[in-house]
Write a protein that binds this ligand. Sequence first.
Ligand code: 9MR
Length: 361
Amino acid sequence: MKPSRRETLALLAGSAATVLAGPAQARAEPTLSEAARGAGIVFGTSIAADTLADPAQATLYRREAGIFTVDYALKFGALRPEADQFLTADADAILAFAGPIPVRGHTLAWNESRPDWLMALSTAEKRKALDRHVDETVGYYAGKLHSWDVVNEPFWPGHGLPGGFRDGPWLEAFGEGYVERAFRRTAAADPNVRLVLNEAMTERWDETGAAIRAGLLKLVDRLQDRGVRLDVVGLQGHMLPQYPYDDNGFSDFVAELATRRVDIYITELDIDDARFPRDVAARDAMVAARYRDFLSAVLVVPAVKMVITWQLADSASWYYHGELEAHPSASRLPRPLPFNDHLQPKPARDAMLAAFGSRRA
Ligand code: 9MR
């Protein structure tokens, strides 16, 4: 049947809309931050000072992220490579770049960031060094940060110490009491900053993962029993597919943590693709599936309020940098993140959008 004039106009308008919809739709695709907001969470990424040097990369980070974590610039060794130094320029530049986007501090007491001068100190001097580091650093940034990863990776069962604690200068100086000490001093130096206890490998569904999960639950209980303020537990989420995972089991663990009345942030999500097939499409599909399955499971827990990837574009990943350093002419480069090294979205980005979308539903 011949369409009426009105129908013809409507059809024409429709096709004009379709033509316009091409580029317009591409622009209208939600960013990760927008999709996360729809799911009641904040999406963000870690960021390094060199991210800002590439304007296209800087634009991507600002567009997609609702929060930044300082990747490297606030670590003890970065701020204090020598005893008399306090190098804040890189972190200051990240804060200036972020503008209204909140920034997370990472990290105050981590037994792995330990310049030689620190290790050469006596126990008494190490104690003073931690106190001074926390007081000065938190004081310097007071009022400017959203949260601090006050203690990072307190557990490493591989070190064989009682309680599974990670060895290093702060444990040597104070025993496990360094954790409480760092939390109390951070709260005193910036009463409004959110206090995060950040841990790695809790997702691993093997003996190591189980020991870290048990240690973490015990530590949270002990801190709370002793009246220490703890706002958030950060679970890193560096997925290493050579280990077993049980996303639903992990989600149950996250729910158990949440009964301690803490928020949960996924703080350092990325997927190591080293053991996935070389073929890029196959590899990207496996990385995407891991993002989808992991996020769909953890986002079931209402206490999960934030998801942060460890960088946003493959070329900024620690895996990518590490591979290029080890093999400068490597042709198979890591693809662990939601955007590729041309800053284009990958299936992992779509999987994240879908996982955020399914929480809203
Ligand atoms: O991405 C960080 C990399 O640039 C640093 O060289 C490295 C050592 O300081 O740390 C990387 O970030 C780690 C984070 O601080 C703690 N969890 C594991 C992260 C990846 O190694």
